[in-house]
Design a protein around this ligand. Structure first.
Ligand code: ZN
Ligand code: ZN
Ligand code: ZN
Length: 142
């Protein structure tokens, strides 16, 4: 998600683009791999930007509610990755290095239909994560 898109999203939702929020966004933007709130805190501190952990947690919660970041829970560790795509998408997470890949397709309409048939629910949303090993960690056998 580029800076223009990020700013527009905040404007559309009438949210204030505070300095800490923007700094946290920038950290996530520059990160290759997902970051934990503590890692964000440390890397901001290294740049002489002291933002409290509470404020980092709150910003990340906000980003998550806006579908701007993807939250990866692995046991007791929680990390966040900035989403490149604004539209609905899924992720695949490497179990070895933690790299997150983006799936820009979603093909579960027949599954949704089955859910409706078996539960009577009208499906409005879903979340689905994939896990595996990336090309670097486990090259496919030829
Ligand atoms: Zn994403
Ligand atoms: Zn990997
Ligand atoms: Zn989907």
């Amino acid at each position: 998600m580029n800076t223009g898109l990020f700013k527009r999203l905040f404007k559309d939702k009438n949210l204030r683009m505070s300095h800490p929020r923007f700094l946290i966004y920038q950290e996530l933007l520059g990160a290759q791999n997902p970051l934990s709130p503590q890692e964000l805190y440390q890397s901001l501190l290294k740049k002489r930007r002291k933002i409290g952990l509470t404020s980092i947690y709150r910003s990340l919660d906000l980003f998550e509610s806006l579908n701007m970041v993807f939250k990866i829970i692995n046991g007791s560790s929680v990390k966040y990755k900035l989403c490149e795509l604004k539209d609905h998408h899924h992720h695949i997470i490497c179990r070895s290095c933690g790299h997150v890949g983006v799936l820009n397709f979603c093909d579960i309409s027949s599954w949704s239909k089955k859910v409706t048939e078996s539960t009577g629910y009208q499906v409005v949303d879903h979340q689905l994560n994939f896990y595996g090993f990336c090309k670097k960690c486990k090259p496919l056998q030829k």
